[in-house]
Ligand binder design. Structure first.
Ligand code: MUC
Ligand code: MG
Length: 379
């Protein structure tokens, strides 16, 4: 039995190492909602709720995530034995509709706390437990400039950090975008897998043209080319185009996964813990995908260290992970707010073996990047 003794949420804003240019927003910083739950025995659980570009990516913003947790979810937690993660989240689901990112942040903190209480890593609390100790990690080339992207890709290959690259397209004319992708495929050749993410920015006609041209230049995968709620359009593209279509924004948990699978609307699922509504729901999305013969990819919302390692614990439980992961979020930020940085080496991320998530916060960095920090006194 564990009762909640304290719950804190903070928005932190950490600059990115370079502008990150996506179809719907250009990021100069990442904003993350950090959740810290402490039980009556003093055990701490950490969670993170992070989206991209304010409200330009999805229906939750950093501010709405924080307010949903503070105003509506914490009062429910106060009535629960929070050591029982499934039962607690079922009660939260009864009181709060939607708000998947906020729920995921809380579920992550509960799992961290439960793992610490039980002395096991979070991956052992999901599905059948851990089947791998490290995960292949892609990098997104999205500087907005082809030559700079090629130089960045070369540097990543040289450092043995990434050999899967995702390019963000959909902002420019289709032919210009394909020329950009083709130049990068040509430069990196068979040393890397090159994929694209359109972030829903094409019409079906543009997607038909774009996907056919992308197949010809050597692109391996096209992520969310059209609107995520256009399942019929995705099905037409997925069943007629040679290059596989990956569903991202279309996936909001098990029911949407089942709809997409039944409609043959994707060949690959981008699994995201926040979009799915939590770590347990992500495992269910993965199970639906695998049962339907859909390939799996471990996606990111460009989270910091906590959200990234929470995702890693889930992805580490998946026997089939044909497309790898893109858990590079902390590397896009100028600083990690963890006391120990995540371990990236040899094109992979190591999944911690310590109890819970296996990470802890650097309190000084947290204090520095907190949006509500009090300004230092002027002398
Ligand atoms: C997305 O849409 O997949 C993942 C990697 C990246 O650069 O942006 C994200 C979001
Ligand atoms: Mg995407």
């Amino acid at each position: 039995m564990a009762m909640l003794s304290r719950a804190d949420t903070f928005i932190v804003d950490v600059p990115t190492i370079r502008p990150h240019v996506l179809a719907m927003a250009t990021m100069h910083a990442q904003s993350m909602v950090i959740v810290r739950l402490i039980d009556a025995d003093g055990v701490e659980g950490l969670g993170e709720g992070t989206t991209i570009g304010g409200l330009s990516y999805g229906e939750e913003s950093p501010e709405s995530i924080k307010s949903a947790i503070d105003t509506y979810i914490v009062p429910v937690l106060e009535t629960c034995d929070i050591a029982q993660v499934g039962a607690t989240m079922a009660k939260v689901a009864k009181c709060v509709r939607g708000n998947h990112f906020a729920k995921c942040a809380v579920e992550t903190a509960l799992l961290d706390l439960a793992g610490k209480r039980l002395g096991v890593p979070v991956s052992e609390l999901i599905g059948g437990g851990r089947v791998r100790g490290s995960l292949p990690v892609a990098w997104t080339l999205a500087s907005g400039d082809t030559a700079r992207d090629i130089a960045e890709g070369e540097a990543m290959l040289e450092a043995r950090r990434h050999r899967i690259f995702k390019l963000k397209i959909g902002k420019r004319d289709v032919r210009d975008d394909v020329a950009h992708v083709g130049a990068i495929c040509k430069a990196l050749g068979d040393r890397a897998s090159v994929r694209v993410d359109v972030n829903q920015n094409w019409s079906e006609a543009q997607a038909k043209l774009g996907m056919a041209m992308l197949a010809d230049v050597g692109c391996d995968l096209v992520e969310q080319p059209i609107a995520g709620d256009d399942v019929a359009g995705m099905a037409r593209l997925s069943t007629t185009q040679a290059v596989p279509l990956m569903a991202d924004e279309a996936l909001h948990g098990p029911r949407s996964a089942l709809r997409i699978a039944a409609s043959h609307a994707a060949g690959v699922f981008a699994l995201k813990i926040a979009q799915s509504g939590g770590l347990f729901a992500t495992a269910e999305v993965a199970a639906i995908g695998t049962a339907a013969g859909i390939g799996l990819y471990g996606g990111t919302m460009l989270e910091g260290g906590i959200g990234t390692i929470a995702s890693a614990h889930v992805f580490a439980t998946l026997p089939e992970l044909a497309w790898g992961t893109e858990l590079f979020g902390p590397l896009l930020q100028t600083e990690e707010i963890l006391s120990e940085p995540l371990a990236y080496a040899d094109f992979s991320l190591a999944v911690p073996t310590a109890p819970g998530l296996g990470v802890s916060l650097d309190e000084d960095k947290l204090a520095f990047f907190r949006r509500d920090r009090t300004a230092p006194a002027l002398h």
